[in-house]
Design a protein around this ligand. Structure first.
Ligand code: UDX
Length: 439
């Protein structure tokens, strides 16, 4: 089967490479010539564990090109995996999806199935089919199928090769059969449904997970007020199989390329149809507040951060990725700078991208020790292993005031008790105070 994939971002590239790993011949299309040259030489333009290895292993089945006509003209199946960024009003920007659809329509010379992998608002597959059918140049039959991805950054390859499920949304059963054939070696449960239901499964899944995180974050905030420990509460809840123990880590909110965008897009879509999705609205509002939780905590210790040395550990939205999209660091560091803080920041992979956005006013450090030296306060935004495994005595040895504000609950309360630090985390009691440390 000849497969083409439009777009080589997280979704497109991982899909293309994993389909090659499963034995298909795959053309990956991108408009960026530099990126295509890089990929053709076996280098992945994105940091994703395992991706480059299987890319190199399958180079004989992979073609990277800017020549979309060549890639699409005789393909059996064409995946659309381009971005759908958020617009200012919270709706999804579909211009890249529509332009890929137009290019496909003008290029295909044989019957094929066009598969929408990008996360698109419910009903978009119908519009894509209209665009393609109106703009077709050759007399061919096309079917449009929805096939959402459920991959997380950092584990995208594993999530694709060992998928929890494969959802196929089609309006004609023959397209469903073609896609079952594409996925026959993946060994995952396959659900075939109609297109709108497939589109909805994607949004409902992501929004449910976002809601789960906002729920535990609210419980964490209440735990702090009443003196309970949210980590124990989450463990206790998780023993119930109906709740499950995953996605119950409280912190400074969810970020990344999916949850913030997909919650807003579904809420926007419901509003458009005069329906208010109250639970999703609550998830969004709680998350916006949660992102500022550590800054609010810092006010307990300092009226302002003016003139203080602030150490920041972690810039990316989660560990295992260099992605900064919707990362808490992006909203918190500008507030610190506005306050007049002297910020030193560390991240094992995110510094380059952050530096592009903030070239001045921040000292970027390549070791945690350099970051902590003489700091008045330390903010933890990402639970990198290097942070979790840090010898806790370094905080008190290196910092001027060992005040640690941990937005990811990296340490157990028992481990910090003897570390001679003030440790303020999410949904748990604060360990030590300025008074007890001075004693
Ligand atoms: C997510 C979904 O998991 C994936 O299925 C979907 O296809 C794309 O969106 P991703 O954005 O890569 O994947 O990251 P994920 O690991 O889900 O984490 C998202 C955010 O939630 C991160 O900021 C993370 O720190 C936060 N999170 C996650 C929590 O705050 N608590 C948790 O318990 C889990």
């Amino acid at each position: 089967m000849k497969i083409a994939v439009a777009g080589t971002g997280y979704v497109g590239l991982v899909t293309g490479v994993c389909l090659a790993e499963m034995g298909h011949s795959v053309f990956c299309v991108d408009i960026d010539e530099g990126k295509v040259a890089l990929m053709s030489s076996g280098i992945s333009p994105i940091y994703e564990p395992g991706l480059e290895e299987i890319m190199v292993k399958n180079m004989d089945k992979l073609n990277f090109t800017t020549n979309y006509k060549e890639a699409y003209k005789d393909a059996d199946v064409i995946f659309i995996g381009v971005g759908t960024p958020e617009k200012h009003d919270g709706s999804a920007n579909l211009c890249y999806v529509y332009s890929a659809a137009e290019q496909i329509a003008e290029s295909i010379e044989k019957d094929c199935v066009i598969v929408v992998k990008s996360t698109v608002p419910i009903g978009t597959n119908d519009k894509i089919e209209d665009i393609i059918k109106t703009k077709l140049v050759h007399n061919v039959n096309v079917s449009v199928a929805s096939n959402p991805e459920f991959l997380s950054q950092g584990t995208a390859v594993r999530d694709t090769l060992h998928a929890s499920r494969i959802v196929i949304g089609v309006e004609d059963s023959s397209a469903g059969e073609v896609l079952k054939e594409v996925y026959k070696n993946f060994g995952a449960p396959i659900l075939v449904t109609n297109r709108k239901s497939a589109e909805m499964i994607k949004y409902a899944s992501n929004d449910f997970l976002a809601l789960k995180i906002s729920f535990i974050n609210e419980i964490a905030n209440l735990c702090e007020i009443i003196g309970a420990n949210v980590d124990d509460v989450a463990i206790g809840m998780g023993y119930d199989n109906r709740i499950g123990n995953r996605f119950l880590n409280s912190g400074i909110g969810y970020g990344g390329s999916c949850f913030p965008k997909d919650t807003k897009a579904l809420h926007w879509l419901a509003n458009f149809h005069d329906y208010e999705l109250k639970t999703i609205k609550a998830a969004i509002d709680v998350n916006e507040n949660q992102k500022l939780k550590l800054i609010k905590k810092s006010r307990k210790y300092f009226d302002s951060l003016k003139g203080l040395n602030v150490a920041v550990l972690g810039l990316t939205f989660k560990p295992g990725t260099d992605d900064l999209r919707e990362a808490p660091s992006l909203v918190n560091i500008p507030i610190m700078l506005e306050d007049g803080a002297k910020v030193k920041a560390w991240d094992p992979v995110g510094i380059n991208s952050f530096q592009k956005l903030h070239p001045d006013n921040i000292t970027y450090c390549y070791t945690i020790e350099d970051t902590l030296k003489d700091a008045d306060v330390c903010f933890i935004f990402t639970e990198w292993d290097e942070v979790k495994d840090l010898d806790l005595s370094k905080y008190s040895k290196l910092m001027k005031n060992p005040i640690i504000l941990d937005g990811r609950n990296c340490y157990s309360l028992t481990s910090v008790k003897n570390a001679n630090i003030i440790y303020d985390s999410i949904g748990r009691e604060t360990i030590n105070s300025l008074e007890t440390l001075l004693v």
